[in-house]
Design a protein around this ligand. Structure first.
Ligand SMILES: Nc1ncnc2c1ncn2[C@@H]1O[C@H](COP(=O)(O)OP(=O)(O)OP(=O)(O)O)[C@@H](O)[C@H]1O
Ligand SMILES: [Mg+2]
Length: 316
């Protein structure tokens, strides 16, 4: 599946996904979170979360279960709102196009509608945007081809394997040509071989579209293989304790010693930094206030170190 490319415009008979601006490291960030705080009743879930994501960048959020990663994605998706702080999604010249969604969300569960075929599931967002049928079919076809599901366009979800369902869900998220794709543990239910295939597919699509992606994972290898930077979360309340850049050439092979070294280093940071000291009150957030590192505080028992709860053991 890896190494696939989009069909040519002539082949597809319609326009293809435009190439978005890519890797504009010096441009203002596309996503800017400042001092984000969120509580559910008495439960303080997020405090002083600061994060900037450049257009075209892939960012991983990693941290223990319950530390607020999905809550943050929900805020990024506009499904929830923060109690404190600001979230800005910068304007872009590409935002106005018909049927284009600024942000798409791929949930952990594929959420395919069982009564719809793969084709019709993928077409959902375009129907909602009232894209005319010819254009819709064209875009759906392109997307199914991109994820290697064109032969299953007429299949129903129950007729697909887990990996194929993930591909269909990915196609459904991408067909609206989002500027930002949010993914919440999207491949966590897949076996490791299929997961690796999905990584290659996602990177291929990223290379073609230049989209910006923010994904949640418990899998350290997945974070290093995919991300340009990894934001490490600590719990109670959830906050980012460190942002680790991953400056390795792609594709990143698990056989490459630089890749394995980065994985080892990231595991060490997660292992030794499960419960850093709480941040200051987020009622008076200051930029960067949520970002502090205390690598040796807490969480260490005996000679070894305790993995953050919820960070899967096999990932550590
Ligand atoms: N709508 C809600 N109402 C009340 N509490 C909520 C709500 N959504 C999340 N929470 C609580 O907020 C905390 C953070 O939840 P969240 O789902 O963001 O964690 P997470 O980091 O994504 O965890 P996991 O890795 O297990 O998916 C949890 O304690 C959860 O119970
Ligand atoms: Mg979650």
């Amino acid at each position: 599946m890896s190494g696939q490319v989009l069909p040519s415009q002539a082949e597809a008979g319609c326009r293809i996904i435009p190439f978005a601006d890519h890797g504009l490291k010096k441009a203002p960030p596309l996503i800017r979170l400042r001092g984000i705080g969120k509580s559910f009743g008495p439960l303080r879930v997020l405090a002083n979360v600061d994060l900037q994501v450049q257009a075209g960048e892939i960012t991983a959020l990693i941290g223990s279960s319950g530390c607020g990663k999905s809550t943050l994605l929900n805020i990024l998706a506009g499904l929830d709102t923060q109690d404190h702080g600001t979230y800005t999604l910068a304007e872009s010249k590409n935002s106005e196009k018909a049927g284009r969604q600024r942000v798409a969300y791929m949930f952990q569960e594929d959420r395919l509608l069982p009564w719809r075929t793969v084709r019709d599931n993928v077409a959902l967002g375009l129907e909602a945007a009232r894209i005319e049928k010819k254009e819709r079919l064209c875009r759906v076809y392109n997307m199914l081809k991109l994820v290697g599901l064109e032969e299953f366009a007429g299949a129903f979800p129950y007729q697909l394997s887990g990996g194929m369902r993930s591909r269909a869900a990915l196609a459904r998220s991408l067909v609206v040509e989002p500027e930002v794709l949010l993914l919440d543990e999207p491949f966590s239910k897949l076996d490791s071989q299929t997961r690796s295939q999905m990584h290659a597919e996602l990177l291929n699509i990223h290379a073609v579209t230049g989209m910006t992606a923010v994904f949640v994972t418990h899998d350290v290898e997945e974070a290093v293989v995919l991300a340009d930077k990894v934001a490490i979360f600590a719990p109670r309340p959830g906050r980012i304790t460190e942002i680790v850049p991953v400056e390795l050439a792609r594709p990143r092979s698990l056989l490459d010693k630089n890749v394995t070294e980065q994985i080892r280093s990231l595991r060490g940071k997660l292992c030794f930094n499960p419960h850093p000291s709480p941040p200051p009150d987020d009622s008076a957030p200051a930029e960067g206030a949520g970002l502090h590192v205390s690598p040796l505080k807490g969480g260490i028992t005996g000679k070894g170190c305790r993995a953050s709860p919820g960070v899967k053991r096999e990932s550590l």
